[in-house]
Design a protein around this ligand. Structure first.
Ligand code: RNT
Ligand code: ZN
Length: 418
């Protein structure tokens, strides 16, 4: 390791230690965290099953940056590139439409065999896998409804797809020796104010109960449900609202997925996590960045990301939290987007771990809010960057913006030649 990295780290460590922070232990804790990289950033949420289908479900990717992955091999290669530039051991999050198969297969017929290549790859790379049924970009989701559709046959199709998804997840969990988180998000909703808000919600509840009636061990698969306030075309009403899934997950022992972009623009998820985790057991995060709407921008190291990380650290929630990313920016290099978003998420966690928690908690209990504000603000300019650099060097990944040179090289040699 470069001498200056080591000496800056040693100096920084001394400063943190003055506040009782064990930096070595913090780095061990950080190394144990797995971030789930969402495969769909790599190809603008297209997938490989129905490539000709347009993205639907009220989500949108803008931008046409060259070089997005066009097949599973390219996507895996791009993920390998990104993962080589991110410290730690992580997971990859697949959507059902990313099946790697020559077979012409419908969503309700998908099976573990259609994902064998992904599993072999994950094993070889030492990665975990997470999974999602894809309840959009499909003819049967054209009118905006899936699991809550009034038509029995359409509902049955999506129920069969979601059941298939859980079996695939189970196979991932078994093969990789770590649980696969299956996240259920459906776009169902109305553009304009509905007359009947209740019936679609009752149907969604019944569909989910049917899907979850198949017993699958939690050591292989963990189910999560993701709410949303609105989408494009479902501005007035979304069936799977926050309250719906809070009730559902609590009564059924499921995890709740909080996506940072799925609430009112001035509402933030950081303030919700502690409430959920008093009553619920597990949490899934979709770390994302809404800009004026659920725009799914690449996450930056902003106040909300830091606040989310602080909540996880301060509440000691990391053991019960699955951290997934969910953004898709088609206007920049697809690999760089993963690297920026994941490194930022890790940096936010590191910064949160490097706060004098015991001291701050005591100060707050003593009612000394002046010191609370003063310390939190001063810690913002403590040398966490020196600790981050040391961590990257120790983990064998590029320091600071050094990763960008590698991405630019990869772009010239591989991505722009596609
Ligand atoms: C949509 C949800 C959902 C999707 C992915 C592709 O608003 O956030 O998580 O982004 O399933
Ligand atoms: Zn999401």
């Amino acid at each position: 390791m470069e001498q200056s990295i080591q000496s800056s780290y040693t100096e920084a460590k001394k400063l943190y230690e003055q506040h009782g922070i064990d930096v070595e232990q913090v780095l061990e804790q950080l190394a144990a965290i797995k971030i789930s990289l969402h495969c769909w950033q790599g190809d603008d949420v297209r997938g490989f099953l129905n490539k000709e289908k347009e993205l639907s479900g009220g989500i949108a990717v803008t931008g046409s940056y060259l070089g997005r992955a066009g097949n599973p091999e390219e996507l895996r290669r791009d993920l390998e590139m990104a993962l080589a530039l991110i410290p730690g051991q992580h997971k990859v999050n697949l959507h059902a439409i990313y099946a790697d198969t020559e077979e012409k297969v419908e969503l309700d017929e998908l099976a573990p065999r259609h994902f064998t290549k992904w599993v072999d790859w994950a094993k070889a790379q030492g990665l975990g896998l997470d999974f999602n049924p894809t309840c959009f970009s499909h003819d049967k989701a054209k009118d905006g409804f899936t699991l809550s559709h009034p038509d029995d046959d359409i509902r049955a199709f999506w129920i069969a797809h979601c059941k298939a998804a859980r079996r695939i997840s189970e196979s991932f969990g078994q093969a990789l020796g770590q649980p696969c988180v299956t996240n259920f998000w459906v776009p169902d909703g109305y553009k304009d104010a509905p007359i009947d808000r209740l019936s679609p919600r009752v149907r969604l509840k019944e569909s989910l109960d049917e899907i979850f009636s198949e017993d699958i061990s939690e050591s292989y698969n963990i189910d999560a449900v993701e709410s949303k306030l609105f989408g494009i075309g479902s501005e007035s009403y979304v069936v799977g609202s926050h309250e719906f899934y809070m009730g559902y997950a609590l009564s059924r022992g499921k995890a709740v997925c909080f996506d940072a972009g799925h609430f009112h623009p001035t509402e933030s998820i950081s303030n919700k996590l502690s409430s959920w985790l008093i009553f619920g057991d597990q949490l899934l995060l979709h770390v994302s960045r809404p800009v004026r709407w659920d725009s799914d921008h690449v996450v930056t190291l902003d106040d909300e990301l830091l606040e989310i990380a602080r909540e996880l650290v301060r509440g000691d929630f990391l053991d019960r939290t699955h951290i997934g990313l969910d953004f898709f920016d088609g206007s920049i290099n697809h690999v760089a987007a993963w690297v920026i978003g994941t490194r930022n998420t890790l940096k936010a966690l590191l910064r949160a771990m490097l706060e004098p928690l015991a001291k701050l908690k005591q100060i707050e209990l003593d009612g000394d809010y002046t010191s609370r504000l003063a310390l939190v603000e001063e810690f913002k300019s403590y040398p966490f960057g020196a600790v981050w650099d040391y961590y990257c060097a120790k983990q064998g990944v590029p320091l600071r913006e050094g990763w960008l040179t590698e991405v630019k090289h990869y772009e010239q040699e591989v991505l722009f030649k596609r």
